[in-house]
Ligand binder design. Structure first.
Ligand code: GLU
Length: 419
């Protein structure tokens, strides 16, 4: 993979960020002990018959970090770099994320260490179904609800929903979100993460008295979140001057034609070689002078060694955990306005919640209704985080974590400890 990532442990980052916010909240030790660590961790072995007849074993995980405010909720990632610590970090962030946008969920995450780019559809289907059967005791519409994440999509969710339903003996759409529309999926779910990123960028621009029209945007990572955020920013009149994916980076100082870039990526699977652009290197992309930088790839992409080069006014974290704590301090000292991941990319899980509610009610909403509700949720959460940031004079990341962690702490206090 073409990245500038530093080896770093995402779970250490999650714990460090927790401590900073818990300190600022003045959270006592007992509460910290109860909410900091995952409630349940499951490691499973997933044997799959590959197309050549051989059997391959994949290591896979499902982590439930918290169920204090409702069922565990969070995506499933298929990626060669998936580790248990990564999944624990991502599950932890889901807990605070769901609390920041105030939806009635805890946090969870799953992952399979595999390279989906080098697997056939048949191999992916068999792997997904066997993984589902291995985590079956944990998941369910009232227990733990998976969704798409890096390199999983609505088809993956359809296989999980089918496997789960076959085992139970009847159809249970609410066991996953991010399903195809024809299976009880929600309008707007596919674009939800990118749309939420866009909503929070709008709020940040308003706060900073910046206008989106003509703003220079750089997007690192061109998957679901990055490409849709880029499209919406482009539609709002911003100039997307550079984009990267795992194959390369493309740059055009006058602005890239985003719809055509998305079209090419869908056809060829990469952005590399896009007409009317010049190739640049990943470290050059991060150092471009711009108004808005959107890291939309993986964790730890902006770290102590490259954060100093960032020349953006706003960093909008469409990815989970793209900026390390050391890089946070550097960006903060440079006056960069950060929209932290658990706020910025919460649009995905928010529309997942809408999907689950629609499935439970067997009643489906119109697209515009979903966009309006999503915008309301994102902008309310932004305002609440910004208020803590201003009132307490603390970084946006700490403010967001305080809001999320504070809500989980409150739930735990009210519930008390069992037995
Ligand atoms: N994988 C997405 C995230 O990291 C969405 C999770 C969900 O919809 O449950 O927020």
């Amino acid at each position: 993979m073409l990245t500038t990532t530093m080896p770093g442990n995402a779970y250490d980052v999650a714990l460090e960020n927790f401590d900073a916010a818990a300190d600022a909240l003045g959270l006592e030790k007992d509460t910290r002990e109860m909410i900091k660590y995952p409630e349940r961790v499951l490691t499973v072995s997933v044997p799959v018959r590959m197309d050549d007849g051989h059997i391959r074993r994949f290591e896979a995980y499902r982590v439930q970090h918290s169920t204090a405010r409702g069922p565990a909720k969070g995506g499933i990632r298929f990626h060669p770099q998936v580790t248990l610590d990564e999944v624990k970090a991502l599950a932890t962030w889901m807990t605070w994320k769901c609390a920041v946008v105030n939806i009635p969920y805890g946090g969870g995450k799953g992952g399979v260490t595999c390279d989906p780019k080098h697997m056939s559809q048949g191999e992916l289907e068999r792997m997904t179904r066997r993984y589902t059967s291995a985590i079956l005791p944990l998941i369910g519409p009232q227990q733990d609800i998976p969704a798409p994440d890096v390199y999983t999509n609505s088809q993956t969710m359809a296989w999980i929903m089918d496997t789960y339903s076959m085992t139970k003996g009847y159809t249970i759409p609410g066991v996953v979100t991010g399903k195809p529309i024809g299976l009880g999926g929600s309008l707007g779910r596919n674009e939800a993460t990118g749309r939420g990123v866009f909503n929070t960028i709008e709020s940040a621009c308003e706060h900073l008295h910046m206008t989106l029209k003509g703003a220079k945007v750089v997007v690192q990572g061109f998957g679901n979140a990055g490409s849709i955020a880029a499209q919406l920013l482009h539609d709002a009149g911003a100039r997307v001057i550079a984009v990267s994916d795992s194959t390369g980076c493309v740059y055009n100082r006058d602005g890239l034609n985003v719809p055509e870039l998305i079209h090419m990526k869908a056809l060829c699977g990469h952005v590399d070689g896009f007409p009317e652009s010049e190739p640049i290197l990943p470290h050059e992309l991060l150092a471009l002078e711009c108004d808005i930088l959107v890291p939309a790839a993986l964790e730890n992409m902006i770290h102590a060694d490259n954060a100093g080069a960032v020349r953006a006014r706003i960093v909008a974290e469409a990815a989970n955990g793209p900026v390390t704590p050391a890089a946070d301090r550097i960006l903060e000292s440079k006056g960069v306005f950060l929209i932290p991941d658990i706020l910025c990319n919460a649009g995905g899980v928010t529309v997942s919640y809408f999907e689950w509610v629609q499935d439970e009610q067997h009643l489906f909403w119109e697209a515009q209704d979903i966009y309006n509700r999503l915008e309301r949720v994102m902008k309310t959460a932004f305002r609440e985080v910004l208020k803590i940031h201003i009132d307490r004079n603390l970084p946006m990341r700490i403010a967001a974590n305080m809001l999320g962690i504070g809500r989980v702490a409150e739930a735990v206090h009210i519930r008390g400890i069992y037995p």
